[in-house]
Design a protein around this ligand. Structure first.
Ligand SMILES: [Zn+2]
Length: 265
């Protein structure tokens, strides 16, 4: 009996120990999981810091970029100022006097500034707000507006207005044909005729200005194709005669062209 009691005690203690071991094991697992969570948290924190540093760097880069732009704008302005200053001090171009339209007399002379000279083959475009090579500007009268901006701000608008009037539209097409012929057929670099000259030529022909559609089938061609097309060197021909005239010029030069023109009457 005594032995049996002893065995029971031992068994109970063993059982208690086993429970304790299992609890210990559970605790150990929990500790390991906790440790993993701590590691993950630290890694997350490191990542967060890196993100903040990146963000700071990004802001600094943007500020630097803004500063760089400002510097470039300042530099452009400085160049323009120097450019202008050079023109005033060194070129000694005489200032022109102009008279205001309002008074129409010399009572209130106003002085215009001397023109800004081109520097190193470049000129200021007031719409681009920078200097461009001279080739970017239209030839003829000196303007501070580049070809692109002349087209956008002047030519396009006036052409739209012009195209609403059938007569002006017709004159424009006739002039355009003269210009294309001069460049591609007669190998000239320019034409010495404007739309007003074409209008005068058509009116002078038979007193009609073509508004009634009577001139829809005529074209302007040069009398002498070796010379630049101008009012004195222009003839009005029927549109259907143009292909023969061009063929004659290409095949036999000025002589064949003159014969063909005479045949057209
Ligand atoms: Zn421009």
């Amino acid at each position: 009996m005594r032995r049996s009691v002893l065995l029971l005690n031992v068994t109970q203690r063993y059982s208690t120990l086993l429970n304790a071991t299992q609890r210990y094991s559970t605790l150990l697992n929990a500790t390991q999981r906790y440790s993993m969570i701590i590691n993950a948290t630290q890694r997350y924190s490191t990542l967060l810091n890196a993100t903040q540093r990146y963000s700071t760097l990004l802001i600094a880069t943007q500020r630097y970029s803004t500063l760089l732009n400002a510097t470039q704008r300042y530099s452009t302005l400085l160049n323009a100022t120097q450019h202008y200053s050079t023109s005033v001090s060194e070129c000694a171009l005489p200032a022109r006097s102009v008279y205001t339209m309002a008074t129409g007399s010399a009572e209130m002379p106003a002085t215009t500034l001397a023109p800004v000279p081109d520097l190193d083959g470049r000129r200021w475009c007031r719409h681009c707000s920078t200097t461009l090579p001279l080739a970017s500007f239209p030839s003829g009268r000196r303007r501070y507006i580049c070809r692109k901006h002349v087209w956008e701000r002047v030519t396009k608008l006036s052409k739209q207005l012009c195209m609403q009037d059938p007569h002006r539209s017709r004159l424009w097409l006739l002039w355009k044909r003269c210009w294309t012929d001069a460049r591609t057929v007669f190998k000239q670099t320019r034409v010495g005729i404007v739309q007003g000259d074409i209008d005068a030529l058509l009116r002078g022909r038979d007193g009609r200005d073509g508004r009634d559609g009577s001139l829809d089938d005529v074209l302007i061609m040069p009398a002498d194709p070796t010379r630049v097309l101008c009012t004195e060197n222009a003839v009005v021909v029927q549109t259907l005669n143009r292909p023969q005239l061009v063929r004659a010029w290409r095949a036999g030069g000025a002589e064949r062209y003159a014969l063909e023109l005479a045949a057209c009457g």
